[in-house]
Design a protein around this ligand. Structure first.
Ligand code: FES
Length: 152
């Protein structure tokens, strides 16, 4: 009887491990939080470029470059850049964000996160979506802002 219980316990452990394995992906299988968006010269002054695969917009304000989330902070719908109004709009429920990501029309209440953007020699500008700030006081500082003429 003891052997039967031990075998059942081992079988249960193996079945449980197989069942929960997909819930804990290995580090190798995790998608990278970094995406290369190009060289600083690829972004003309006053330009906004979308990187849908990374869920970000990269904006050049003429003095520097920053990366802002492409997802609405209300319920996560993808944002569109409205060139005529110079803002980001969400077609789901009508939220709007100014060109830096501040809320200008609800229902969204939180600004768009800005992501770290750094220049890597031989690679270019790299956006790291694991490092984000929703504090406008940080948005014009490194690592959330890449000043033009700062390519090192
Ligand atoms: S998800 Fe954007 S306004 Fe609701």
């Amino acid at each position: 009887m003891r052997r039967l219980l031990a075998a059942a316990a081992v079988l249960l452990a193996v079945v449980t491990a197989i069942a929960v394995w997909p819930l804990f992906p290995s580090f190798e299988n995790r998608p990278s939080s970094e995406v290369c968006v190009g060289m600083p010269g690829d972004f003309p002054p006053d330009s906004v470029r979308r990187f849908p695969e990374a869920g970000v917009f990269v904006v050049c304000d003429g003095k520097g470059i920053f990366a802002v989330s492409g997802k609405c902070t209300h319920l996560g719908c993808p944002l569109q850049w409205d060139e005529k109004k110079d803002d980001f709009r969400c077609d789901c429920h009508g939220s709007r964000f100014d060109a830096e990501g501040r809320v200008i029309a609800s229902p969204a209440r939180e600004p768009l996160p800005h992501y770290a953007i750094t220049y890597r020699e031989g690679v270019g500008l790299v956006v790291d979506t694991s490092r984000a700030s929703t504090d406008p006081k940080e948005w014009k500082k490194e690592p959330y802002y890449f000043p033009l003429g700062d390519e090192r």
